[in-house]
Design a protein around this ligand. Structure first.
Ligand SMILES: Cc1cc2nc3c(=O)[nH]c(=O)nc-3n(C[C@H](O)[C@H](O)[C@H](O)COP(=O)(O)OP(=O)(O)OC[C@H]3O[C@@H](n4cnc5c(N)ncnc54)[C@H](O)[C@@H]3O)c2cc1C
Length: 336
C-alpha cells in the first residue's frame, strides 16, 4: 500500500509503530508536540511480550546490551523481610523481561527511524475526515492531509477527546515519584517492591549501572504538598523502611525525581474511526501495576503493521486491529 500516513505522538507507541511500518515497507510521518524528543519518566520494564515484538522488529539485541534482564522479583515487607518471590524466567517464553532507562529506549527507537519522517514542535488540535482523506490542524495554524491518521498522543490525546468527548480519565487514589540514580556505590542487584504502611517502594537495576526506583503513596488527587516532595520528604516518609530504600533516595539528587498522580483511561469501546485509529495510551492507558502500559502500545504497533500488510483498505485494517486489540487491552486496564 502506498499511502500518506501520519502518526501523532512520538512516544513509545508512535516510534514503535513507525518502526513496525518501516519493516513492512510503509513510510509514516511522526508529528510530535514537544519541541525536543524526550521521554517522560525514568526507567521502564519491558515484559517478554514487548520484547518478542522488538525481536521481530530487529532491535532485541541492542536492547539486551543496554538494559538489564530481570530474574527474580521480590516483594518485601517494610524492614526487608521477604513476603514473596517470583521467578520472572518462568514468564519469559523465550524472550527476556528487560529493565531499561526510558532515555535509552527512546534513542534506540529514534535511531531506527528516518529523521526526515519526524516533525517536532507541532501539537494537533483537531481533525476532520473528508471522503477518504483526513485533515489535521496543529497549534501553529498549519495543517496536514493524509490517508490515515494514527493517534499515539498518550492519555490526554486531543484527538480522542474530539472523537469521544465523554471518555473519562480516572484517578487511581495514589500518587507516584520516580527517579534514576547510579548503582556504582550501592551495588544493588535485586529487583524488589517493598510494601509498608507509608506506601510502596520499587527498586529496579536497569543496566548501565543505574537504578530505577518508584515510590507510591495513597493521596488525594493533585495533592500540592506531595507534588513538592523531593529527597528530604521521601526520606522522612520511608524512614522506617529497610536501608536499601534510604540509600537509593540519599543517592538521588532532587532534579532526578519526578512526580505524577497515577491515572488511567476508563475502557472505551472504539479504537477505529474510519481512517483514524487510536493506539497506545490514547486508546487504553492503564495504571502501571502490571507493567503493561508500554508493552501493550508495543503490541499495538505489531498488530497494526500486520493488519495493514494483510488488508488492501486502511479502514478495514483499522477495524481488524480494533477487533484483535479491544478485549486484551481492556482486560489489562481492568485487572491492573
Ligand atoms: C509510574 C509509571 C510507571 C510505568 N511503568 C511501566 C512499565 O514498567 N512498563 C510498561 O510497559 N509501562 C509502564 N508505564 C506505562 C507507560 O509509560 C505508557 O503506557 C507508555 O509510555 C505509553 O506510550 P504512548 O506512546 O502511548 O504515550 P506517551 O508516552 O504519553 O507519548 C505520547 C506522545 O505524544 C505527544 N503528544 C501529546 N499530545 C500531542 C498532540 N496533541 N499532538 C502531537 N503529539 C502529542 C507527547 O508529547 C508524547 O511524546 C508506566 C507508567 C507510569 C505512570
Amino acid at each position: 500500500m502506498k499511502k500518506d500516513i501520519v502518526i501523532l505522538g512520538g512516544g513509545i507507541a508512535g516510534l514503535t509503530t513507525a518502526l513496525a511500518l518501516k519493516k513492512i515497507g510503509m513510510e509514516a510521518t511522526i508529528v510530535e508536540a514537544a519541541p525536543v524528543f524526550k521521554p517522560v519518566g525514568a526507567g521502564i520494564t519491558l515484559a517478554a511480550n514487548a520484547m518478542q515484538v522488538y525481536s521481530l522488529l530487529g532491535i532485541y539485541d541492542k536492547l539486551l546490551t543496554e538494559g538489564n534482564s530481570l530474574g527474580e522479583l521480590k516483594v518485601l515487607a517494610q524492614k526487608g523481610k521477604k513476603i514473596s518471590q517470583a521467578n520472572a524466567d518462568r514468564l519469559k517464553n523465550g524472550f527476556t523481561n528487560l529493565a531499561i532507562s526510558r532515555h535509552t529506549l527512546h534513542n534506540i527507537l529514534l535511531n531506527e527511524i528516518d529523521q526526515k519522517n519526524i516533525i517536532s514542535g507541532k501539537k494537533s488540535i483537531r481533525m476532520v475526515q473528508e471522503e477518504e482523506k483526513v485533515k489535521v490542524w496543529f497549534d501553529d495554524q498549519s495543517f496536514m492531509t493524509c490517508d490515515a491518521l494514527i493517534v499515539a498522543e498518550g492519555i490526554h490525546s486531543t484527538i480522542r477527546k474530539q472523537l469521544l468527548p465523554s471518555s473519562t480519565i480516572r484517578y487511581s487514589g495514589y500518587t507516584c515519584w520516580r527517579g534514576l540514580t547510579t548503582n556504582t556505590n550501592l551495588n544493588i542487584q535485586e529487583t524488589s517492591e517493598t510494601w509498608g504502611k507509608n506506601g510502596r517502594f520499587g527498586i529496579v537495576p536497569i543496566g548501565d549501572n543505574q537504578i530505577y526506583w518508584f515510590a507510591c503513596k495513597n493521596a488525594s488527587s493533585q495533592n500540592q504538598e506531595m507534588k513538592a516532595w523531593k529527597q528530604k520528604e521521601l526520606l522522612q516518609n520511608f524512614q522506617d523502611y529497610h536501608e536499601d530504600i534510604k540509600d537509593v533516595l540519599k543517592n538521588t539528587p532532587d532534579n532526578h525525581i519526578i512526580w505524577n498522580d497515577i491515572i488511567d483511561l476508563k475502557p472505551i469501546s472504539t479504537y477505529a474511526f474510519g481512517s483514524v485509529l487510536l493506539i497506545g495510551d490514547a486508546a487504553h492507558a492503564t495504571t502501571p501495576n502490571m507493567g503493561q502500559g508500554a508493552c501493550q502500545a508495543i503490541e499495538d504497533a505489531f498488530f497494526l503493521a500486520h493488519e495493514l500488510q494483510r488488508n488492501q483498505s486502511i479502514q478495514t485494517a483499522f477495524i481488524q486491529f480494533e477487533q484483535k486489540r479491544l478485549r486484551r487491552t481492556q482486560t489489562i486496564v481492568n485487572q491492573s
